[in-house]
Design a protein around this ligand. Structure first.
Ligand code: CUA
Length: 312
């Protein structure tokens, strides 16, 4: 299942809601202006030309009146209305973390998202859980090029920059799943740089957080061998285990991988078969991704999958 939602026209929180209201206002005004323009155009096409020279001055007065009303007065009024509405919408959007906001750090990489919850120390990737009914302050960064963070149903769009932190505040009022898309061209797999966003009631969110923190390395002989494969195949040089990854890890933290819905930055389903294909040849699934192909025997792959929590 690839998550989909109603996007910007189906806002699920107050900030996205004020942006959608502004959009509708601009659409309605634009449609009215267009219809008036069409009516005037039609009228001018069917209207007869002035029959005599006596009618000429009256005709010229009419023309200058139309230019005054349609070309100066009407645009001025509309621009003022849109400007005031834009200022009102901007007041709803804080650009620093408001009191009581939950802070979450989201770092863009080519082509995935690192997600950190500083309050609890949880580090995960490509899936963002947030509690409903509370402002969320996302501290956005990038480790390489410029990406742009955007969850259309929840709020605005903001660049993820390598050299500074941008704070994006959003809020979900209703539980639901959304898809965030990278909104700045960042390389070959820009289109497949997505993020599953799960908004859930606060108690469910706390439960999710506890579950994530409780994840431990799978035990057993097979998993133990899988851990050796993980190190021998050099996976460990990019995918640091939890707690050891410094900010700016090269590849997603895999500790809670089995709990995620989608794999490869929300590109393909996260199941055992797809993960096996992904490990063997990620370029076939996502050409241009940083992860190299890994040649493994069937037995080694089996053990590695067990170590990653994908036991048969
Ligand atoms: Cu990251 Cu486009």
């Amino acid at each position: 299942m690839i998550v989909a939602d109603g996007g910007v026209l189906d806002p699920q929180g107050p900030i996205a809601g004020s942006m959608a209201d502004l959009w509708w206002l601009m659409l309605v005004l634009g449609v009215i202006v267009f219809l008036v323009f069409l009516a005037l155009l039609a009228w001018s096409l069917i209207r007869r030309a002035p029959a005599s020279s006596e009618e000429e001055p009256r005709h010229e007065r009419l023309v200058s009146r139309w230019i005054g009303v349609g070309g100066v007065a009407m645009p001025t009024v509309i621009i003022i209305v849109v400007f005031v509405a834009t200022l009102a919408a901007m007041r709803v959007m804080p650009d620093t973390a408001p009191a009581g906001a939950l802070e979450i750090e989201v770092t863009g990489h080519q082509f995935w998202y690192e997600v950190r919850y500083p309050g609890s120390g949880l580090v995960t990737a490509n899936e963002l859980h947030l509690p409903t009914g509370r402002p969320i302050a996302l501290e956005l960064r990038s480790t390489d090029v410029i990406h742009s963070f955007w969850v259309p149903a929840l709020g605005g769009k903001l660049d993820m920059l390598p050299e500074r932190t941008n704070t994006l505040v959003l809020q979900a009022d209703e539980p639901g799943e959304h898809r965030s898309r990278c909104a700045e061209f960042c390389g070959l797999q820009h289109a497949n740089m997505a993020l599953v966003v799960v908004a859930e009631p606060p108690d469910e969110f706390e439960r999710w957080l506890d579950q994530q923190l409780a994840f431990s390395e799978p035990e057993g002989e097979l998993a133990e061998r899988g851990r050796e494969v993980f190190v021998a195949a050099d996976c460990a040089s990019c995918h640091a285990p939890r707690g050891q990854a410094a900010s700016g890890a090269e590849a997603p933290d895999l500790t809670t991988l089995p709990s995620r819905q989608l794999l490869a930055a929300a590109t393909v389903p996260n199941d055992r078969e797809t993960l096996a294909d992904w490990i063997r040849d990620p370029q076939a699934i996502k050409p241009g991704v940083e992860m190299p192909a890994t040649e493994l025997s069937d037995a080694d792959l089996e053990a590695l999958l067990a170590y990653l929590g994908f036991d048969r």
